[in-house]
Design a protein around this ligand. Structure first.
Ligand code: ADP
Ligand code: AMP
Length: 214
């Protein structure tokens, strides 16, 4: 099963992608997590990506597309994968379609987690992230069992720099301009499914598993 998670920053893509990856036993590929790991390790890619991420801008397609098209050809992706945060532009979507075409395959589902802008700022300001395992929490709606500590791996949780309110506004503008057109792209491809992302975590998950099947 090959799945794309679409939706605004903070819609809950990562939260749902982790649960889907566990249920269907497929790798969760988050370009945001890959960039953050590179920043943490101070790699050349990390240094370049940080310049854009700190401003709420997208990392250029040329730094992003090959990363993903290489990753999805690794052995653990044989039975499928879930993409979270990629594609984010039409050229990225086209690069993905072409890469899969060459392999004689295509994506199965693009799931749009629909959350209005007015809910997003709240979600982002309360978000706490584990940079070690990629788990995500919210101080009010999805708190960790022990404040500031990841339930899954015990690492310290952090507030992402790009979750500052001014940067969130910028990211939302970028989303509407550059990423929202993908909804139409995947509608035309016949694989778009939309779920109401304002519901509770488990209700959103149920809507998605109803689409994907057992
Ligand atoms: P994205 O990957 O789309 O940027 P996240 O999965 O990181 O979004 O979720 C953004 C924030 O909203 C996090 O703090 C997360 O814990 C919280 N969140 C995710 N899904 C829900 C939900 N259904 N209800 C309430 N809060 C949620
Ligand atoms: P995310 O963790 O998905 O919210 O991504 C955090 C940031 O990483 C984004 O605001 C972008 O700056 C960058 N990023 C992640 N994925 C992509 C992508 N597919 N294309 C361009 N930039 C990306």
């Amino acid at each position: 099963m090959k799945i794309i998670m679409l939706g605004a920053p903070g819609a809950g893509k990562g939260t749902q992608a982790q649960k889907i990856a566990a249920k269907y036993d497929i790798p969760h590929i988050s370009t945001g997590d890959i960039f953050r790991a590179n920043i943490k390790n101070n790699t050349e890619l990390g240094k370049k990506a940080k310049e854009y991420m700190d401003q709420g801008l997208l990392v250029p397609d040329e730094l992003t597309c090959d990363l993903v098209t290489d990753r999805i050809q690794q052995d653990d992706c044989k039975n499928g994968f879930i993409l979270d945060g990629f594609p984010r532009t039409i050229p990225q979507a086209e690069a993905l379609t072409n890469a899969l075409n060459k392999l004689g395959t295509a994506m199965d589902y693009a799931i749009d987690v629909d959350v209005p802008d007015e809910n997003i700022v709240n979600r982002m300001s309360g978000r706490r992230a584990c940079l070690k395992c990629g788990a995500t929490y919210h101080i009010v709606t999805i708190p960790p069992k022990k404040e500031g500590i990841c339930d899954k791996c015990g690492a310290e949780l952090v507030q992402r720099e790009d979750d500052a309110p001014e940067t969130v506004q910028k990211r939302l503008t970028v989303y509407h301009e550059q990423t929202q057109p993908l909804i139409d792209y995947y509608k035309k491809a016949g694989i778009l499914k939309t779920v109401d992302g304002t519901k509770d975590l488990e209700d959103v998950f149920k809507s998605i598993t109803d689409i994907l099947g057992a």
